[in-house]
Design a protein around this ligand. Structure first.
Ligand SMILES: NC(=O)c1ccc[n+]([C@@H]2O[C@H](COP(=O)([O-])OP(=O)(O)OC[C@H]3O[C@@H](n4cnc5c(N)ncnc54)[C@H](O)[C@@H]3O)[C@@H](O)[C@H]2O)c1
Length: 326
């Protein structure tokens, strides 16, 4: 099977490509290698993938549909896994247009590519827990109505789901949207709290905690996410099930919300040092809690996340120390 993975140099994308390659698949990776965070980290992730001769990579911006179409032979694709996006809630206040480009125009261009890919069996794309907004009714279920995004990032992810729905209805393309919940692990994302805390604690610098008493996140370990993604990829929505609906949405979370202070404690323990903390108010665009109901993925794919943060954070910290020689 030939699979296009967008965002192949990203955190989740690079892990997912590696898992596909290890299973013997042909993988075409694309990424624009933008500098939202250190492109050297993206290059280092690609170097891991380059050792497989079944991996091809093109540096392309998804928002440039001509470049995208020129770099891909649509007819060779059996599946597309669209993970590229402008991620991050806080950066959407600083640079809103990056979200319009990558998450709306880029998503539309991937849908157009899927429309022209005549042998395509499945398009899987990344959505986000942020679509649920700042709500107190937990856990978050795929049946919840999502129309109160607390950030522009969340709004563009709801937009991506809506664009996808229209393409399934218009062109019968089997699609699955995945709402990821705070994914973490080795080769992770430098803008995320677990990374920033590790970096600062190891350097002996204070960490900023925004409204720590009200913050809970459903931290989900990368290996559990990759296992879920592999199962989902191989089970496209079928017309004989789900009332014939070819577009499905699944939560992939851990279903265990963790208090921010418990994350800090796990990082401190793994680093072998105590953190100096600065307590600040909640930030614009942040939601208090994320908590996934994962019954739907469990029933459909036996999705079964097993990793607790006490086990996953030390793996990340060991990788970080080794990668940065700290
Ligand atoms: N990591 C999480 O906790 C999390 C949670 C919810 C949703 N998601 C979603 O999962 C997906 C993967 O996230 P990640 O954590 O791996 O993020 P990431 O930033 O590490 O990876 C995204 C990749 O997409 C690339 N990219 C961005 N815009 C592009 C464009 N216009 N053209 C081509 N490439 C582009 C980036 O260079 C990057 O390498 C994203 O869609 C993200 O919104 C992630």
């Amino acid at each position: 099977m030939t699979i296009l993975v967008t965002g192949a140099a990203g955190f989740i994308g690079s892990h997912f490509c590696e898992a596909l390659l290890a299973r013997g698949e042909q993988v075409v990776g694309i990424d624009n290698l933008n500098d939202y965070y250190d492109p050297a980290l993206k290059q280092a992730r690609l170097e891991k993938l380059a050792k497989y001769d079944r991996f091809r990579f093109s540096q392309v911006d998804l928002a440039d549909h001509e470049a995208l179409e020129a770099s891909i032979t649509a007819s060779e694709l059996q599946a597309i896994v669209h993970l590229a996006a402008q991620a991050g809630v806080r950066y959407s206040i600083e640079n809103p247009r990056a979200y319009g480009r990558s998450n709306l125009t880029g998503h539309l261009n991937v849908l157009e590519l899927a429309r022209s890919a005549k042998n395509l069996k499945h398009l899987v794309y990344a959505s986000s827990s942020s679509v649920y907004g700042d709500r107190s009714s937990v856990p978050f279920s795929e049946n919840d109505i999502v129309r109160r995004p607390a950030s522009l990032y969340a709004a563009t992810k709801i937009g991506g789901e809506m664009l996808s729905e229209s393409y399934t209805q218009l062109y019968n393309i089997p699609m699955t949207g995945i709402r990821f919940f705070t994914v973490y692990g080795a080769w992770g994302r430098p803008d995320m709290a677990y990374w920033i805390f590790t970096d600062k604690i190891l350097r002996g610098e204070p960490i900023k905690l925004f409204a720590p008493d009200e913050m809970y996140r459903d931290f989900t370990y990368i290996d559990d996410i990759v296992a879920g993604l592999i199962s989902i990829l191989h089970s496209p929505p079928d017309e004989s099930e789900n009332d014939g609906h070819l577009h499905q949405i699944y939560n992939l979370g851990n279903s265990t919300p963790t208090a921010l202070m418990d994350l800090v404690n796990a990082v401190e323990k793994a680093c072998g040092r105590e953190a100096e903390t600065i307590i600040l108010p909640k930030q614009l665009g942040d939601v208090s809690t994320t908590y996934a109901n994962i019954d739907k993925a469990r029933a459909a794919f036996d999705y079964d996340p097993k990793t607790k943060i006490e086990d996953g954070i030390p793996v990340f910290v060991d990788w970080f120390r080794d990668f940065y020689k700290i």
